[in-house]
Design a binder for this molecule. Structure first.
Ligand code: CU
Length: 511
């Protein structure tokens, strides 16, 4: 096809630009305010509402702060301020072996998976017995946005199985899926007939039937279970399986947190994943998408472990934490010897891998915690902003004539189209009042900047490092906390108050 033939005529071109200008109308503030003219008016009002660059009233009691009797400083590394220490060979460089506040004798810190449950068990004849039920699940990934997926016991991902090294466990798997399944215990060194590799080691579990898996746990670390039917894996059939070591990991941590990163391909206006796709446009952490992912809230100075598991069907995730350098201390295979730990700011976690991050939370604030792939930092991205959703514009014409690429026409008044490429526009998510109410109606987000949900999307969550008194206000008290108040207090204590700027309030606050 010649260029002449494929070039849209000028009236078509004008019509296209008009449509795209309208479609991009909500692109201000990350495009989350909606896609119509009314939203644009609201967006302008929000700009007018930049106000109050003075810090609000102090919050909390800075003097009540730190626990007594613990060292602050280790070879120049401080648990209470950003610091590296002096010598990369020091045991305490970057906080490497700096202990938390928790006593070794207290045993392992409780393992916490935000937005997921634990699978209960009972002791039967000296064996820890669990009941796991593969089933279809409706998972609300954002307020009002439900996906039809596969999971276990009503949850996607499934509930966490938590055991101790040396336990004997029995897992009764009862198939409530409309199709055959099996359960694989990923990474465990177990007798062959319980490995769950369908057909190779067992007959599939028919719908309505059960299979009993029973074995001894020899290892320790971060593991998981999943269906061994590939299309079921792509629908979310997975859960954590954490094994605490007989000898508590040294140094002990104060927080032990788990996040399962997944993605799906959801067609526009669909709620069911297309498991045959090679690209994936809907992202979840523990079954929720940013900004509905629940922030990880820790105390200033604590030693934190975060176990990341990637159960995406086809995509690896470079996972990045702001404001901290962390050590890689384990993979799903085993704990790594201290001598082989690696400090990172971003770590690639491949498909079916789990990686343990450890660090001292020595830098207070609300820190981004996210996959660094741009299409994973938003949902419903690729086909929503591409030409295929534009009326009267065929994708063939666009691909055959790239110099007609929409998005480079400088005459277009829309700010989203003054630069090449497509603006970040979230047509799949409108931040309506009910949506925002549910985002804010969680203890963990109290006192964050008013506009924070605009920047936390897809495979994103927030690591909140709070001084002890602010932690208590946010996580343990019922004291009301104004939007932005905790952030402002951290700026007052640790930042540069003269540069403080408050955020505009959210749309629903103005109406
Ligand atoms: Cu990613």
């Amino acid at each position: 096809m010649s260029q002449h033939e494929s070039k849209p005529n000028s009236s078509e071109r004008r019509r296209f630009l008009k449509t795209s200008a309208l479609a991009a109308g909500g692109a201000l503030y990350g495009g989350l305010v909606g896609t119509n003219a009314a939203a644009q008016v609201h967006a302008n009002k929000m700009t007018d509402m930049q106000h109050g660059d003075k810090l609000p009233a102090p919050l909390g009691n800075p003097k009540s702060g730190r626990p007594a009797g613990y060292r602050d400083d280790y070879d120049g590394f401080s648990r209470f301020k950003p610091s590296r220490g002096n010598d990369p060979n020091s045991e305490f460089y970057l906080g490497k072996l700096v202990p938390g506040f928790r006593d070794v004798g207290a045993g392992p810190a409780p393992f916490v998976t935000p937005d997921l449950e634990k699978l209960p068990w009972k002791m039967v004849g000296g064996v820890k017995e669990f009941h796991l039920v593969p089933m279809a699940v409706e998972r609300e990934v954002l307020p009002g946005y439900k996906l039809n997926v596969y999971g276990y016991n009503g949850s996607m991902p499934g509930p966490t199985i938590e055991v101790n090294q040396g336990d004997r466990i029995r897992i009764v798997v009862t198939n409530e899926l409309p199709e055959d399944t099996s359960a694989h215990w990923h990474g465990f060194e177990l007798p062959i007939q319980y490995d769950g590799a369908s057909e190779l080691t067992q007959n599939l579990i028919k719908p309505g039937k059960s299979f009993v898996y029973e074995f001894d746990i020899h290892e320790e670390g971060t593991f998981f279970y999943h269906s061994h039917i590939p299309m079921q894996e792509a629908f979310g059939s997975v859960g954590f399986m954490i094994v605490h070591p007989q000898k508590v990991f040294d140094p002990p941590v104060d927080r032990d947190l788990g996040l399962i990163f997944q993605n799906f391909f959801i067609e526009p206006s669909q709620s069911i994943a297309d498991s045959w796709r090679m690209d994936w446009n809907w992202q979840t952490i523990n079954g929720r998408s940013g900004p509905y992912t629940t922030p990880l809230v820790v105390k200033h100075g604590e030693r934190v472990r975060i176990r990341i598991m990637n159960f995406s069907p086809m995509q690896h995730h470079p996972i990045h934490i702001h404001g901290h350098t962390f050590w890689i201390t384990g993979h799903e295979g085993a704990r790594i010897p201290h001598s082989a730990w690696v400090p990172r700011n971003t770590e690639l976690v491949g498909i079916a891998q789990a990686t343990d991050f450890e660090f001292i939370a020595n830098n207070p604030g609300d820190w981004m915690f996210h996959c660094h792939m741009v299409h994973h930092m938003m949902n419903h991205m690729t086909r929503q902003v591409g030409p295929r959703v534009r009326p009267d514009q065929s994708v063939d014409a666009y691909l055959a004539n790239l110099d007609q690429s929409p998005g480079v026409k400088l005459l277009n008044p829309d700010p989203g189209f003054k630069t090449p490429g497509y603006p970040q526009e979230m047509k799949g998510m409108e931040m309506k009042p009910d949506f925002m109410k549910r985002i804010w109606n969680r203890r963990e987000v109290q006192g964050m900047r008013a506009m924070w949900p605009m920047s936390v999307m897809g495979l994103m969550t927030v690591l909140r490092v709070l001084p002890d008194d602010l932690y208590q206000i946010v996580m343990e008290s019922d004291q009301p906390v104004e939007k932005g108040a905790v952030f402002a207090e951290i700026v007052r204590r640790f930042g540069n108050p003269s540069d403080y700027k408050s955020a505009p309030m959210m749309m629903h606050d103005m109406s």
